[in-house]
Design a protein around this ligand. Structure first.
Ligand code: BES
Ligand code: ZN
Length: 531
């Protein structure tokens, strides 16, 4: 058997596209500043923008538990898997209800509600659609009993809803009078039928249909219940460390219903993926878990589940959590990169972040206090946490862009420069915390076999024996040559050369062969076969 032991002689093979290092190490270490710089330079914001636009434009709205949320999880999973990470798709139980108005028959259409009011059962209830306009006195007639009212949002909307319910409506769809989502409050009115709030365009389409058609348009109203989401967990294992610590780098990938969620939170999900791409070329002294959470928007469900499922040992080994949420807005007023912990405290992780800032020549960062994203789940488990967001300076409670959680959270409102500032800071900190080093490739030392001997010399055969070469790292087998030609490859340190002619001189050689395909200089011996 050939022994494979680790070579002490390692040659740094740096895999950077933008910086080339001619400098070879003879025990010397490339200065950490140069490596640091390479982290920044390798950060590819086009890749981040590309994946963001995939989430927010190709996939779109990704509300908790939806098929599109699942599709996003799979996209992230495949991305990390292709990079070679150890993967887990963690299924998380949730309850997320979403009202809907389903048009049946020829006009079949499935309209998901922005919001849903009322307490009602799980069954969808049927009826004809009745256009009640803005719900004035004459517009809500007895005809509504057992049917579904469509009401245009206006000043009278709350009374109109109550009136329709009094007159026996099965359910009510209220459509917006302007773009985007909206809220309605019924106060303490005990609403027992489904009231779904739907987009302007859908309401206009339906009322036109109702008014242009001879026959009634049939529909059903109710709510879907989505019962699971997924956390995508990509693990980078520490190199040559027993019982390593673990750093959790996280971002949620779901969006609120009705929003394409470019900044909230395709921005951070895509940055997480870029970090995955960056760090695959490094060896680290800590495990890094890159985790994309589902169902943040309905109460931090993904992260809660993830943290709850860490063992006590895993919690103890946790260095901390670096979370990102809304990291790419181009809203003019959001000029401050907020670095926030739930309690406003500082610790090892925030220290590393501020220190990374200094390395990058940015002295102005400070830590402030904020909850409201997945870092809260880590905080609640006693794990150090920090989250990042662009905010309006000097605003209490995170002043942010006005299109937050609306259909206008789109790619045209994203700043590549702000993404870069954030990405550089965090990647530098991850680099420091995990004690990253560029991956090294072993240079295989090729060496000759030792002590080649011929024995049992007969008229037509001879036995060769030798000893393993000095360096056995990467050694795979030996090549045997007769009169300059390779005649065999063997793994043992012996070979019997057959089919020789009697009384003839032969030049026999043996060389070592290595896993990189290289073959050592051969060692030769001349023999004369017997008469
Ligand atoms: N990205 C937001 C958090 C956020 C909102 C940060 C506003 C800064 C300013 C996050 O996705 C979110 O909307 N969180 C919820 C809380 C959660 C527990 C449902 C929120 O803040 O309403
Ligand atoms: Zn968010």
């Amino acid at each position: 058997m050939i022994k494979k032991v680790l070579s002490a002689a390692l040659t740094l093979t740096l895999m950077f596209s933008t910086v080339s290092y001619a400098e070879k190490t003879t025990g010397a270490i490339i200065s950490s500043e140069i490596l640091q710089e390479s982290i920044d330079k390798r950060l590819d914001i086009d890749n981040v923008m590309g994946n963001m636009s995939y989430f927010s434009e190709e996939i779109g709205e990704r509300f908790a538990g939806s098929q599109k949320e699942k599709e996003s999880a799979e996209y992230i999973y495949n991305y990390f898997e292709e990079l070679g990470y150890e993967m887990e798709l963690q299924e998380v139980p949730i309850v997320n209800k979403r009202g809907a108005l389903n048009i049946v028959g020829d006009n079949e259409k499935n309209i998901l509600a922005y919001r849903t009011l009322g307490t009602f059962g799980e069954e969808f209830l049927g009826g004809s659609l009745i256009d009640c306009k803005e719900g004035g006195k004459e517009e809500i007639t007895d005809e509504i009993s057992g049917n579904i009212a469509i009401i245009k949002r206006g000043e009278n909307v709350v009374n109109a809803i109550k009136e329709a319910i009094n007159k026996g409506a099965t359910g009510i769809a209220v459509y917006n009078n302007v773009e985007g989502s909206f809220r309605i409050s019924l106060g303490d009115y005990n609403c027992t039928v489904p009231v779904v709030l739907i987009p302007k365009a859908d309401g206009e389409y339906l009322t036109q249909k109702i008014n242009n058609s001879q026959e009634a348009i049939e529909a059903s109203i109710g709510q879907y219940i989505y019962d699971k989401t997924w956390n995508v967990i990509a693990t980078k294992k520490a190199t040559e460390v027993e019982n390593p610590e673990v750093l959790h780098v996280t971002a949620h990938y779901d969006s609120v219903a009705g929003s394409p969620g470019a900044n909230d939170n395709a921005s951070a999900a895509a940055m997480l993926m870029e970090f995955g791409r960056l760090f695959k070329d490094y060896e680290t002294k800590a495990d890094i878990k890159f985790v994309a959470f589902g169902a943040e928007e309905i109460g931090l469900k993904g992260s809660k589940y993830y943290v709850q499922n860490l063992t006590e040992e895993e919690k103890t080994k946790s260095i901390g959590n670096i979370n990102m949420d809304m990291i790419g807005t181009n809203y003019e007023e959001c000029t401050q990169l907020a670095i926030e912990t739930v309690a406003g405290d500082t610790h090892k992780v925030t220290d590393s972040i501020l220190n990374a800032g200094k390395k990058l020549g940015r002295e102005h960062y400070f830590v402030s206090k904020y909850g409201g994203s997945d870092h809260v789940s880590f905080h609640n488990a006693g794990i150090n946490e920090v989250t990042f967001i662009w905010v309006i300076p000097n605003t209490n409670d995170n002043g942010i862009e006005p299109w937050y959680h609306t259909y206008e959270d789109t790619m045209d409102k994203i700043s590549p420069e702000r993404l870069r500032e954030m990405g550089e800071l965090i990647s530098t900190s991850i680099y420091d915390i995990s004690e990253a080093q560029p991956k090294v490739e072993e240079e295989i030392q090729v060496s000759k076999v030792i002590g080649l001997k011929a024995s049992e010399i007969n008229t037509n055969s001879v036995k060769l024996t030798w000893k393993t070469p000095e360096n056995t790292v990467g050694l795979t087998n030996y090549v045997i040559y007769k009169d300059g030609k390779a005649i065999a490859e063997v793994e043992e340190t012996t070979f019997e050369v057959l089919d020789l002619r009697a009384n003839t001189i032969y030049g026999l050689k043996v060389a070592s062969k290595y896993s990189n395909g290289k073959i050592s200089k051969p060692v030769s011996i001349n023999i004369r076969t017997k008469k």
